[in-house]
Design a protein around this ligand. Sequence first.
Ligand code: ADP
Length: 486
Amino acid sequence: MSLDERALLASVPTGLFIGGEWRLASDNATLSVVDPATGNELLAVADATPADGLAALDAAAAAASDWAATAPRVRGEILRRTFDLLQERADDFALLMSLEMGKPLAEARGEVTYGGEFLRWFSEEAVRISGSFGSNPEGTGTIVVSKRPVGPSFLITPWNFPLAMATRKIAPALAAGCTVVVKPAELTPLTTLLFVTLLQQAGLPAGVVNVITTSSAREVSAPIISDPRLRKLSFTGSTPVGRTLLTQASENILRTSMELGGNAPFVVFEDADLARAIDGAMLAKFRNIGQACTAANRFIVHESIANEFATRITERVAALTVGRGTDGVDIGPLIDDRAVANLTELVADAVAGGATVLTGGVAIDGPGTFFAPTVISGLAADARMLREEIFGPVLGIVTFSTEEEGVALANSTEYGLVGYVFTQDLARAHRMIDLIDTGMMGINTGIVSNAAAPFGGVKQSGVGREGGAEGISEYLETKYSLIPAS
Ligand code: ADP
């Protein structure tokens, strides 16, 4: 580990952040955070107990009414100051994410920009919360519709985008006037812990944001979710966990936002600009080491161009460099052994079904959890890779002949987060927006995320939207009042 890395890690708080103070877990336990590129421990952080989780909710509940009454401009300015502070520390945050999650440093730098934009966007949205006002149809009174913060919110984030998934939830919640308990993923909690120091520096009052890190996600989360003081649950992670959380949330009839799994189709039509489709494919598949819910999961390529697509993409993929994210590589390690085992199984299943590995296809010997960037063509219709989230640098190709067939393939999944379509025919692009059943579409582009746009899915990819004008409404309740004319 370099001196810079050591110095940065020494600046990361390792406690639970509750009521504006750092504290140890109630039983003094810690959990180890490791560098997936080496398997070595980076830091040990507090491992919260269920009692610690409830203490965090106590703090959020105690701070709720003051924060809701804090002027929107003041709330917005705290977010804006946090945005500025994040820019100053951009290199530190990029390095920290690369260390704990494994992503290439350049991509981590990109995440600082993307994650920061949620702070800036919602600092601007805080002062634009508005309702409506109008006469009732009978002319006997006024209908007033106003917005109020939903209340204490529990935010559970995943490991793949340690900063952006946190700011995407924290910023709209704070802008709306909600206090929060944040539970970052146990694999990558360090970024959230460091981020909280920026909120503190920006002047955030005690108790508005509380952070608990724990290796017992279920045991610590369940009592918070069933506590009547909690009003909202926002989760980003896998569909099975989301389903469990929705069941738990039903007990308290919580407002919920669920950003769950994806199985994105990447459809390349015969009239596509192929160079552009290849660039888009590299981005949609290999960004974040393929570990994104928006990652293209199924490459559905018109049969007339499939060979050329496969040849050209294989050349690009074979040239990707693999190594520790800090070493200027294209592809870092997978998050853990389980991820490597999963990819190994998916590739074996594809090959058993008759598919051909054009490059890669194997795990790379340790230390670290690396998998060779892979291209596979000729997937059978029942290949597991077409049904399951791959979550790694493995690109599988299937072909189609008619537009109807391409659309049917794209929609043959229970997921519906994002779809990518490459065509130069404008009418066809519009048709695809109508026909492909997803919450988001990339038209001739391999990346769609933007803080100013509503991110989210349909079907089993979730409910609710993050970012855009919609993002803040997830943390607002609508209140209607009738005021009689006389
Ligand atoms: P992944 O499979 O990508 O790791 P998960 O859905 O397992 O995604 O995890 C996403 C987040 O959900 C993490 O913060 C994890 O700790 C948390 N989590 C997992 N299981 C539960 C649970 N039963 N209750 C609450 N949080 C959970």
